[in-house]
Design a protein around this ligand. Structure first.
Ligand code: ARG
Ligand code: ZN
Length: 884
């Protein structure tokens, strides 16, 4: 059943307080829920409809009296009380559940013998009957009772107010959360866990105890997570003036978790891959991810928990904003430019392609069948770009004013994206009438820019045209406000000072807050066609457009290749330096793909190679930036730009260019490997991460040549590696080329790390993502390997998700890759529908490929949708993928 935003109605009943009692058991768990019910200001009219799924109802009482069977009805999804007494009243519901058999990892379930919960978005209804919606906020008290030996640690939200021993080897704990919260923020954990303890003193002097819980043997691996948590707490105080609001903050790491992590009030639950790290078991990328996600979940305490969403359509209100906040946090901890480049790459490869396919939806979706399917790159990542645009338009100070007003107005409330927008604009006394369209219009806007310089008038004109493409259900679009950040470079490569621009009849002046002139101007493009003219431009400039990726659009401009090389060499905007190289790379790849398809000879022009050479030789550059600049646009990015995607040709071309670069620049690349050796002690901070990034990227290039001396070099790097980043970097390089060396080093790595599940996931992913010919068979074998387990989401994402990212093998012309995925989806759907639905999305782009592939992919989608007993989750993605 599809749910629509336009049908939203406020709840009829308010739940003032909620007392939960859990009797944890091996056969079943008994949940008693006592709710103090009030009418809402607007209503209070029966029926009272409560959500519930897979629950066994034991009893219902009102004001202490058992309700007769004819006073309520129970269906597969609801418990309905046809009439209710006059308010207020007490409702008590007892249900029985079987967490040990809950393989969906949604609601209360067991992971490695411990109890844990995941309630967002609609998992609480698998625990007890409730108004399971984010606009019903209540004060929770949770009592947990269980076997003392099996479950020595009992945790829930808020403060521990009571605990003690009971008969039969049992004990209990009572937790009271002083803040009102929706059910999706509820959490419970019970099991054999040990904590790393630390403290943080907030700037107003509150002493907060911090605890990170894991199985005993993993405690040493929580050091970096703890460091990140303290850094995040400090950062939020400094940058947003936001302090933590309780005396206790818990994080629990669990190995079986559908997503990354969850911001439950004062009891964050994490996928263990985003908590556990050590020199020998995590790469630099893992460390960076841990820092980002620990920050993300912590930041939710204000943007998500203190101010939450009125309904699930508003998800981006908390997720877009919190992703923006974690991006800024990571930028401040490491390198701003490198972080931005990574984020934009992900946006391009994942979000732009979602926006161009059948699952395209606005940042605020209009409808859904299963909310879990809308935890998407669009809601999270495009949503974060929308938040970033406020900051680009209002400036950092203006943005902070908006945030302050948002909390002043809405602390303790469940609100909508309009309220965020209103706070931002009201605080700055501005109105941008077309800005709200970013929330309602799906699709990536196309921004077409042409430029011209007139020497006589010393004026430089930027002509803009915007088109927002049609998406499912949205054939027509309106132009929307695109902040276009522009700089002009003089012939020496320096930024010109910009003072004003004429747009139609109006003149916009630009100055920094301190009154000085700017070198980057933010143009407000909000019409289908528009012209901006800079005056007093003394010489013909090289324009740097969309600096720092100031809007999530596809930019098409008339900037010449020569100017792009100039920007690559000189732009003061680091992001746009990288972007100039990428634009050249995309052009080159598309040109060569056309040649490849015609069977013509390929070649790479020397200007491109020389551009990269000077980047490699520029010792003033951040080495991590150099590594990014050396990376060609992804195959999938190029596929998205073709009328009919041709994965084989794209792969041939990309590999060809890589080899050309490697052979032309082998001296520089060799130097990059030799001058950045694996060194001890390992330090995960950016300064030390950067040389490793460059070295591993250089090694990859060299090994692509498949020459014995470079293979030997990589083997020696593999053996000498003192940390997993270097070890796995060398393994990755060596696994490019099929052959004995590849098998030997993969086997060696397996023997060394088979005891560590998180490292094994990388080993699975590396093989699954491989572009070596005929890899489908190898992935089939890995499905049976002891290192794989279909019930563990991380393993599925590594092996199956990894496999789908190798275009040549997943899109194998004989359809074998599609069949493999179809089989897995159907098997997985019976175990874990949320994860199964995520695995369907690689099919959604099927129309982008040639006829043969279309037919094979469509057949799998039809096979899936016609399966009996399919989950709503998988049905939604598969059926929407089939609609034209
Ligand atoms: N709110 C979590 C976060 O920090 C994600 C929860 C996702 N849950 C789900 N069922 N999809 O982003
Ligand atoms: Zn989040």
């Amino acid at each position: 059943k599809e749910i629509f935003l336009k049908d939203y109605k406020a709840p009829n009943f308010a739940f003032e307080t909620l007392n939960l009692n859990f009797e944890l058991g091996e056969e079943h768990t008994i949940v008693t829920s006592s709710i103090h019910v009030l009418p809402t200001t607007s209503s209070g009219k029966a029926p009272l409809v409560l959500d519930g799924e897979n629950l066994k109802l034991v009893s219902v009482k009102i004001n202490g009296e058992k309700l007769a069977d004819d006073k309520f009805t129970v269906s597969t999804r609801h418990l309905t009380l046809a009439s209710t007494p006059s308010m207020p009243f007490d409702l008590e519901i007892v249900t029985e559940i079987e967490p040990q058999n809950n393989t969906s990892l949604d609601g209360l379930y067991k992971s490695s013998g411990n109890f844990c919960t995941q309630c967002e978005a609609e998992g609480f209804r698998k625990i007890t009957y409730y108004q399971d919606r984010p606009d019903v906020m209540s004060k929770f008290t949770t009592r947990i009772e269980g076997d003392q030996k099996l479950y020595p640690v009992l945790l829930s939200n808020g403060n521990l107010v009571d605990q003690g021993e009971l008969n039969d080897g049992k004990h209990y704990a009572v937790w009271k959360d002083p803040f009102r919260k929706p059910s999706y923020l509820f959490a419970l954990v019970a099991g054999q866990l040990v904590s790393r303890d630390d403290t943080f003193t907030t700037r107003s002097g509150r002493q907060v105890s911090l605890r990170i819980w894991t199985p005993a043997e993993d405690v040493p691996k929580t050091e970096y997570a703890m460091r990140s948590l303290k850094a995040a707490m400090k950062w939020d105080e400094e940058v947003f003036g936001l302090e933590y609001d309780l005396d206790l903050f818990n994080i629990v790491a669990v190995p079986d978790f559908n997503m990354g992590a969850m911001e439950n009030k004062s009891l964050n639950i994490f996928n263990s891959r985003l908590v556990l790290a050590s020199t020998q078991t995590a790469t630099d990328m893992d460390f960076a991810a841990i820092e980002g996600v620990i920050g993300h979940e912590y930041f939710h305490n204000w943007t998500g928990n203190r101010v939450t969403c009125r309904n699930w359509f508003q998800l981006s209100l908390k997720e877009g904003l919190t992703v923006f906040r974690d991006q800024e946090f990571s930028s401040d901890m490491g390198s701003r430019a490198v972080k931005r480049i990574g984020d934009v790459s992900l946006l391009r490869t994942a979000q732009f392609s979602q926006d161009a396919g059948p699952m395209a939806h606005p940042v605020r979706p209009h409808s859904y069948i299963k909310m879990d399917n809308f935890y998407t790159v669009t809601v999270y990542r495009k949503g974060a770009e929308v938040v970033r645009m406020y900051q680009t338009l209002l400036g950092k100070t203006g943005f902070r004013k908006g945030m302050d007003l948002y909390f002043k107005r809405h602390d303790g409330q469940a609100v909508t994206c309009e309220e965020f927008l209103a706070a931002m604009f009201d605080a700055n006394q501005v109105k941008f009438p077309t800005f709200p369209l970013w929330y309602s219009q799906a699709g990536t806007p196309l921004l077409i820019v042409t430029t011209s310089y007139k020497a006589e008038s010393q004026s430089f004109t930027i002509k803009c045209r915007q088109e927002v493409p049609a998406t499912p259900g949205q054939p027509e679009k309106e132009p929307m406000l695109i902040p276009l950040a522009v700089g002009l470079l003089d012939s020496k490569g320096n930024d010109m000072h910009l003072s004003s621009v004429k747009e139609g009849a109006s003149v916009h002046n630009f100055t920094n807050p301190d009154g000085s002139s700017v070198t980057t101007a933010v143009l407000r493009v909000d019409k289908a066609e528009q012209e901006f003219t800079f005056v007093d431009v003394k010489e013909k400039p090289v324009p740097s457009l969309l600096r720092n990726f100031s809007a999530p659009v596809r930019l098409v401009s008339d900037i010449s290749d020569e100017d792009l090389f100039f920007l690559l060499a000189h732009d003061s905007d680091q992001f746009n330096r990288w972007e100039a190289g990428q634009t050249l790379g995309r052009k080159l790849m598309l040109n060569l793909v056309a040649l490849q398809q015609k069977g013509e000879k390929l070649s790479v022009d020397s200007a491109f190679i020389e551009g990269l050479r000077s980047i490699l030789n520029d010792t003033s550059l951040d080495k991590a930036f150099v590594a990014k600049a050396l990376t060609l646009p992804a195959e999938s990015e190029v596929a998205d730009l073709m009328p009919v995607a041709d994965p084989d040709a794209i792969h041939e071309v990309r590999s060809f260019i890589i080899k050309q670069i490697a052979s032309s620049l082998h001296q520089e690349l060799l130097k990059a490997v030799e001058t950045n050796p694996s060194c001890e002690p390992y330090d995960p901070t950016h300064k030390y991460r950067a040389p490793r990034a460059l070295k591993n990227s250089a090694l990859n290039y060299l090994v692509s040549l498949n020459e014995p001396n470079f293979t030997k070099l990589a083997i020696s790097e593999y053996q000498k590696a003192t940390n997993l980043t270097d070890k796995f970097g060398a393994l990755t390089a060596l696994s490019q080329n099929p052959g004995v060396t590849r098998s030997e080093v993969l086997a060696d790595f397996y023997e060394q790390y088979k005891g560590d599940n998180l490292v094994m996931n990388k080993w699975l992913a590396l093989q699954a993502m491989s572009n070596i010919p005929g890899n489908v068979e190898q992935v089939q074998k890995l499905l049976e390997h002891p290192a794989f387990d279909i019930r563990n989401p991380n393993k599925v994402y590594s092996l199956i998700g990894g496999f789908c990212s190798s275009a040549v093998n997943f899109h194998a012309k004989d359809g074998s890759g599609y069949t493999l995925l179809g089989d897995v989806v159907l098997q997985l759907d019976k175990i874990n529908p949320q994860v199964a639905a995520r695995m369907v999305s690689p099919f959604s782009k099927w129309r982008r490929y040639g006829e043969e592939r279309q037919a094979a992919a469509k057949a799998q989608l039809e096979r899936i949708t016609s399966t009996n007993g399919l989950s709503d989750n998988v049905y939604e993605i598969a059926s929407k993928s089939l609609v034209l």
